[in-house]
Design a protein around this ligand. Structure first.
Ligand code: FE2
Ligand code: FE2
Length: 400
């Protein structure tokens, strides 16, 4: 649980990235490697080493049972795998709509130089967290692409092309950090961070949700800044419109994968897990963002309104696939989230106080219990029955 997490400080930012062999071989992924060291070009100021706070709410790296994955995607064993559908999807990914999208211009550095004071640190943190989250997708998809090559070359290639997209996203964010004279050492991150193990079924739920919530976050920020250009502090947001279509396509691919595994969608256990993953993804985002309201306010958004919009839209999208979702449009759901924020803020205040560790822990116990009971109460709210295990209704498409 987040509240019980000891916040450890890890040094994650170093000037020169060293990529492990596994991710060094394919020229397709040089964007990540280059970006990690781009700030150290001759004649330019070397990027500084800095620290980020690591807690249970920090974006994680995932690993899974790759042998089970191989079985799930074996077309001999699973007759639900619609090969034509996956071949069509592969063509969509090969089209590579955003191949020329992520091109920087001098506006970036100029804008970064104008961001001063507390907002500068908040921006850096936003770039770091987003880069870590994108890079996490890169690592998982890259490994799935490698491991599924023999069993299902089509699905494997889609994973590899999705890792291409995530590498680009992470690289672009890391170049953004170089505007602030920083660089995330992604090679160090790959080796030094702990990986969270999820069974394949849970990888599907969690990754589908994170792609769709990513889509809604990016498109909402993009539309808001288009309507209110005076808050456009840094040009990266202008790229979100096409960028989020990558996330949308990734989510649609997971939707097709889950439909090819109806056992993950059609029983009472699937309903319980669907609700559980929805809740953990929504609560994590809400608690995270409410600790960083200055970032959202800085770009002219009301944090809670922004988050609720993203949660409601993500939930509506998810309801097309998951067999049950949460009733997030019931005002009681938001009241519960707000109470969690109050408790979490108190827990953080205790964490950063000067009290001895034992005293801190004693003070935290009742708050952790309160937070847990709010989370359980939100989970137990009457759900919304949803989903359709319809194998034929998937069509890749653009959503704006
Ligand atoms: Fe991405
Ligand atoms: Fe993605």
């Amino acid at each position: 649980m987040a509240a019980a997490a000891a916040i450890t400080e890890l040094t994650l930012l170093k000037p020169n990235a060293n990529f492990p062999k596994l991710y060094r071989t394919t020229s397709r992924f040089t964007s990540v490697r280059m970006s990690a060291s781009s700030a150290a070009k001759p004649g330019k100021k070397a990027p500084k080493t800095t620290k980020i706070n690591e807690s249970l709410l920090t974006p994680r790296f995932y690993t899974t049972d790759f042998d089970e994955m191989e079985q799930l995607f074996n077309t001999e064993m699973n007759k639900n795998l619609n090969e034509e559908e996956f071949a069509a999807l592969l063509n969509e990914f090969k089209t590579d709509y955003n191949q020329k999208h992520f091109v920087r211009n001098p506006e970036f550095k100029e804008a970064a130089d104008k961001i001063q004071g507390p907002m500068r640190q908040i921006f850096v943190e936003f770039l770091e967290r987003s880069c870590t989250a994108e890079f996490s997708g890169f690592l998982l998809y890259k490994e799935l692409g490698r491991r599924l090559k023999k069993t299902n070359p089509v699905v494997a290639e889609i994973f590899s092309l999705m890792s291409r997209d995530e590498a680009r996203h992470a690289g672009f964010l890391n170049k953004g950090l170089s505007d602030f004279n920083l660089a995330l050492d992604l090679g160090f991150l790959t080796k030094a961070r702990k990986y969270t193990f999820f069974k394949p079924k849970f990888i599907f739920y969690a990754t589908y949700l994170s792609e769709k919530i990513g889509y809604w976050r990016y498109i909402t920020i993009y539309r808001h800044l288009k309507a209110n250009p005076e808050y456009q502090l840094y040009p990266i947001f202008k790229y979100f419109e096409n960028w989020c279509q990558d996330e949308n396509r990734h989510g649609d691919f997971f939707s097709a994968l889950m439909k090819a595994q109806p056992q993950f969608l059609n029983d009472w256990k699937a309903k319980l897990w669907s609700r559980f993953f929805c809740l953990s993804v929504y609560v994590t985002m809400y608690l995270n963002d409410c600790q960083r309201t200055s970032f959202y306010e800085g770009i002219g958004l009301n944090t809670k309104e922004f988050d609720m919009h993203v949660i409601i839209e993500t939930n509506r999208t998810t309801a097309r696939v998951f067999p049950a979702v949460l009733d997030v449009e019931n005002p009681e759901f938001k009241r519960k989230l707000d109470r969690m924020v109050e408790i979490y803020t108190k827990l953080n205040a205790i964490g950063s106080s000067d009290d001895a560790a034992v005293v801190k822990n004693l003070k935290k116990v009742p708050l952790v219990a309160m937070l847990a009971s709010e989370i359980i109460a939100a989970y137990l709210m009457p759900p919304v029955e949803s989903g359709s295990v319809d194998l034929a209704d998937f069509e890749p498409r653009l959503v704006y």
